[in-house]
Design a protein around this ligand. Structure first.
Ligand code: PRP
Length: 208
């Protein structure tokens, strides 16, 4: 059976969300406002250094690329790759770090960038890992936020998202970096995957 994709957000709608988030982030890291120089933005970011943006691969790579360009202020960029056993449509309890950061983040402002926070498992593991380095602060920006019913083991604090692009109820989302079985990452829009055989078997198809 061929997958049926239904548009969830067009490229233009995503761009508007990214622009809003970028403005919020710039105001947060650069509260002096637009009048100052870009160098001023980095000075405002804490201890004279720009925030370290940590993009969670693979899903967040497209969003991160657009977001940091829209922020238009100095940032340092790093990546983590995290695997949860099972995919977003299956129950998964364990998360392991496949690729760790290389940047030193002690006493630095850190911004975790996620494409979707679903059950919150990935974010919890990433936050725990980063906290061990003693950052000054950790904030989270997610394009999509879903609160799944089964995240009761994760506290609100551990799974909290500071900058939310869009809340989502149900539907398995692909495109704009997000995949289903490694397909559809290249699509410029976000789509809901309607009739994947696997999703139907799992029952619910809510991506959680
Ligand atoms: C997706 C997404 C998040 C994670 C969220 O990644 O990119 O990182 O799931 O799920 P959670 O909140 O339930 O933990 P995935 O494991 O599918 O890997 P990918 O980013 O490489 O596609």
């Amino acid at each position: 059976m061929e997958d049926k994709l239904e548009i969830f957000l067009t490229g233009a709608e995503i761009s508007k969300i990214v622009a809003r988030l970028a403005k919020q982030l710039r105001s947060f890291y650069y509260p002096e406002g637009e009048g100052g120089s870009l160098e001023g933005a980095s000075l405002a970011a804490g201890k004279g250094k720009p925030p370290v943006v940590i993009s969670i691969l693979n899903g967040a790579f497209v969003f991160t690329a657009d977001l940091i360009r829209a922020m238009a202020m100095p940032v340092e960029l790093d990546f983590m790759r995290v695997a949860s056993y099972g995919m977003r449509d299956t129950p998964a309890e364990e998360v392991s770090i496949l690729m760790d950061i290389t940047a030193g983040i002690k006493d630095r402002e850190v911004l975790i960038v996620e494409d979707i926070v679903d059950r919150g498992l990935t974010l919890k593991a990433v936050r725990e890992r980063l906290m061990r380095e003693g950052p000054a602060d950790i904030k989270v920006c997610a394009l999509l936020l879903r609160r799944a019913a089964d995240h009761s083991s994760i506290s609100e604090k551990e799974s909290s998202v500071d900058f939310v692009g869009r809340r989502i109820e149900d539907g398995f989302v692909v495109g704009y970096g997000m995949d289903f079985k490694e397909r559809y990452r290249e699509l410029p829009e976000l789509h809901i995957l309607r009739n994947s055989p696997l999703i139907e078997i799992k029952g619910g198809g809510d991506g959680a």
